[in-house]
Design a binder for this molecule. Structure first.
Ligand SMILES: [Zn+2]
Length: 276
């Protein structure tokens, strides 16, 4: 599932190319992704210019010059590819194409059709229910050990589920949660309220570190994710625990093997010796 770094990588990959371009038309090949696609979407975005593109949580936000805003979410398996001079539908999983001036085409692919595209009035964006309910952005200054302490305060649920809960913190998915907990040497099953100040501090740093590193490497190409160019991201080659069960812990002087446990139905990888 595309997480914060993968979505940020998409935004970074399309931003400079699309800002300033005019939308010529919206071609759709399905009526519905997770939700039905607005039947008037073409009229609503046609002839407008792209003013800005940014990421909010795991949403790609495209502000248009006609006071409309496009919201795209990649769901479980969504991908965006930018093509020059090729307007054709690429496969049965290519569900829509946004055609821009200068022969530029944004193509959306999604085998599981769990993504979404929505159009809203720009001024109504912040009032949308899903935007209001979002937790802290982990890469902002607002996410620090004080904020994490407040989040974990009195919580008996395990720390991995807490940091993956979008109500508290946005965009930290399964891979990044496992990695950050390994780097900060915290047992994923530890109750949130039992983390020490030092652990809170280390965990904040580790979360920021893994997300930034992944963005730098173009995201993780686990489960079909790819860059807008079609190339693959590289973070999966840099993981320390994810998918490494049965292999040796990478911490020096630790001879333990990485194990896989299941937390909230998700695979979790950890070193039973290093993580406390
Ligand atoms: Zn270890």
């Amino acid at each position: 599932m595309p997480e914060l770094p993968e979505v940020q990588t998409v935004v970074n990959g399309i931003k400079d190319i699309l800002i300033g371009k005019k939308i010529i038309k919206f071609k759709k090949f399905t009526t519905k992704l997770r939700y039905p696609i607005d039947t008037k979407i073409n009229q609503k975005i046609k002839d407008s210019h792209v003013l800005n593109i940014k990421r909010v949580a795991k949403y790609i936000i495209i502000n248009l010059s006609n006071n409309n805003t496009l919201i795209i979410h990649l769901g479980m398996s969504g991908r965006i590819i930018l093509n020059k001079n090729n307007e054709k539908k690429e496969s049965k999983h290519n569900h829509f194409i946004i055609c821009f001036t200068e022969n530029c085409f944004l193509k959306y692919f999604d085998p599981r059709k769990f993504g979404l595209i929505q159009i809203v009035k720009t001024e109504e964006f912040l009032d949308l229910k899903f935007v209001k309910n979002l937790g802290i952005e982990p890469l902002t200054k607002n996410f620090n050990s004080t904020a994490l302490k407040l989040i974990c305060n009195k919580k008996k649920s395990n720390i991995k589920s807490i940091i993956m809960n979008q109500k508290y913190l946005v965009g930290v998915g399964n891979i990044y949660a496992s990695e950050a907990l390994f780097i900060s040497k915290i047992d994923p099953l530890k109750e949130g309220c039992r983390l020490t100040s030092l652990q809170l501090n280390l965990l904040v740093k580790a979360i920021k570190f893994v997300l930034k590193k992944s963005i730098k490497l173009g995201g993780s190409s686990i489960n079909d994710y790819a860059l807008v160019s079609g190339n693959l991201g590289n973070y999966q080659n840099n993981v320390k625990v994810y998918g490494r069960d049965g292999l040796k812990c990478l911490n020096k002087s630790c001879n333990s093997l990485i194990i896989r446990i299941v937390i909230s139905n998700r695979s979790t990888f950890m070193c039973p010796k290093c993580q406390k």
